[in-house]
Design a protein around this ligand. Structure first.
Ligand SMILES: O=P(O)(O)OC[C@H]1O[C@H](OP(=O)(O)OP(=O)(O)O)[C@H](O)[C@@H]1O
Ligand SMILES: O=c1cc[nH]c(=O)[nH]1
Length: 179
């Protein structure tokens, strides 16, 4: 299996700081904004960005949640994937808020489509944006695009982008692998 490093730890760090600054540019003190990490892998990126916003940029009271999309996927009853639900943790109101979905990779857009349905149970946000570390462009099945992206990647269908975080894999790095 061949493997190529797309981003090393230093590059991930630079990109995370840029994304944090772009969020601040658009969301000011975040008083009307909530960050939602899409489970399972968007959680790591969302947690990291929230920590950075608070500790490195002095933003107080970031509202951070995690959204499980398992039962909202369009392949849910098809048996295409083993079922492994995660937790949803949203202990604030999303009604009339600016919601920022956060995920590590945007590929077909189907996960984000599921998230758009799942969030409806929590109210009607004013608007929803999408932040992704990796945008696999030219791969979309749905008209969904990121508002904030770390790096655009061209990859073919039998390749996969893998995002590792210190918190789960012991390193910050992004790889492109041949499946
Ligand atoms: O835009 P999409 O095609 O939905 O792919 C993006 C999703 O894929 C990954 O999750 P996961 O590995 O759980 O899902 P996957 O098996 O569909 O790639 C990743 O963390 C995104 O959530
Ligand atoms: O390359 C891809 C495609 C979907 N999801 C991932 O995590 N990586």
């Amino acid at each position: 299996m061949s493997q190529k490093v797309l981003l090393n730890a230093k590059e991930v760090s630079i990109i995370l700081h840029r994304l944090a600054c772009q969020l601040i540019e658009n969301h000011d003190d975040f008083s009307e904004t909530v960050l939602i990490g899409i489970q399972p892998r968007g959680k790591y990126l969302a947690d990291r960005l929230a920590k950075m916003l608070m500790e490195d940029y002095g933003i107080k009271n970031i509202k951070l949640g995690h959204l499980d999309i398992t039962f909202f996927r369009d392949d849910f009853r098809r048996g295409d994937k083993p079922l492994a639900a995660n937790t949803t943790e949203i202990d604030f109101i999303v009604e009339n808020k600016n919601v920022v979905f956060i995920d590590d990779v945007l590929y077909t857009g189907r996960s984000i489509r599921s998230a758009l349905t799942a969030i409806q149970s929590f109210g009607r946000p004013d608007n929803i944006e999408l932040l992704t570390l990796i945008d696999r462009r030219f791969s979309r099945h749905l008209p969904i695009q990121p508002n904030y992206k770390g790096r655009q990647v061209d990859a073919i269908d039998n390749q996969r982008v893998i995002v590792n975080w210190i918190e789960n894999q012991g390193e910050d790095a992004v790889y492109l692998i041949d499946k």
